[in-house]
Design a binder for this molecule. Structure first.
Ligand code: NAD
Length: 268
């Protein structure tokens, strides 16, 4: 007799930060489709409400999808977010994905101090707090496996000629931190991988590029495919890293970039 198809994330409780848009929202939709129970976290309550509506429309038979307002740069918020899943049976997967790239981020000379601090508080401390409270939760619930996926960027791997120094340094920190966490917690069964997306068609980058065709072209030209990536292409990778299919994948810089960081492309 045929058995009912089981989702690749069936039975897993997942938290996704920055879930109201871009990569986070696409990942929420795929996680829900694959049977996970998802807690969507974001700093914007309004955007979260809209995103939840969209998820419910696209995945009407989702196991469980809820939202929580959380500023990942505040440890108390992150702790409350993770503890929200205590009554669900504890967290199995956390996707520390919330991040910003500020319009005033520039080069070594022009990046304001406060933009450096803001960027690092969200992009680095946010990932640290998410990882820390995930480990505490995995232990509290006696989990023998857990998956933490942290969003870095290709700028952590290759130097960008168009400066956004605070952002680049923050993503380098995410990559190094994730690698060390992977090694430290490997024997507990807790995996940590960093996702490295290339520039994408999401508001984070597209709002920043705006109508500036020259700025846009300076990035597009580096893609062997000739196009930016799509958020859903990142989300598919995150499903793999969250699932038990990736049980021997740990400490990786998981690059989803259409070949950009391996390319030698020059303008025609
Ligand atoms: P996005 O701007 O579409 O979504 C980011 C979400 O994070 C937003 O919903 C925003 O409200 C939320 N957020 C911002 N600050 C927050 C905070 N303090 N606490 C909680 N939530 C907060 O961005 P995206 O493109 O989906 O980016 C997601 C991640 O991918 C980020 O870490 C980003 O740096 C990274 N990334 C993006 C690109 C790209 O080109 N879009 C490339 C490489 C890496």
């Amino acid at each position: 007799m045929a058995t009912a198809p089981r989702g690749r994330l069936q039975g897993k409780n997942a938290i996704i930060t920055g879930a109201a848009g871009g990569i986070g929202l696409e990942t929420t939709i795929l996680f829900a489709r694959e049977g996970a129970s998802v807690l969507m976290a974001d700093i914007s309550e309004q955007a979260l409400a809209k995103a939840l509506e969209k998820v419910k429309e696209i995945v009407p038979d989702a196991t469980r999808v809820e939202t929580v307002k959380c500023d990942v740069s505040k440890e108390a918020d992150v702790q409350a977010m993770v503890e929200r899943q205590d009554s669900w049976g504890g967290t199995d997967v956390i996707f520390n994905n919330a991040g910003i790239m500020h319009a005033d981020d520039a080069d070594a000379i022009d990046t304001p101090d406060k933009i450096w601090d803001l960027t690092h508080n969200i992009n680095v401390k946010g990932v640290w707090y998410g990882s820390k409270h995930a480990v505490l939760s995995f232990r509290r619930h006696k989990k023998t496996k857990g998956s933490v996926i942290n969003t870095a960027s290709v700028v952590a791997l290759v130097g960008s000629a168009t400066p956004q120094l605070a952002y680049t340094a923050s993503k380098g920190a995410v990559l190094a931190m994730t690698r060390e966490l992977a090694i430290v917690h490997a024997r507990e069964g807790f995996r940590f991988n960093a996702l490295c997306p290339a520039p994408l068609n999401t508001p984070l980058l597209q709002d920043w590029l705006g109508d500036d065709q020259a700025k846009r072209y300076r990035r597009e030209v580096h893609f062997p495919t000739g196009r930016f990536g799509e958020a859903i292409e990142q989300a598919h990778a995150v499903v793999f890293l969250a699932s038990d299919e990736s049980s021997f994948v740990n400490g990786t810089d998981f690059v989803v970039d259409g070949g950009m960081s391996k390319a030698y492309v020059t303008p025609e």
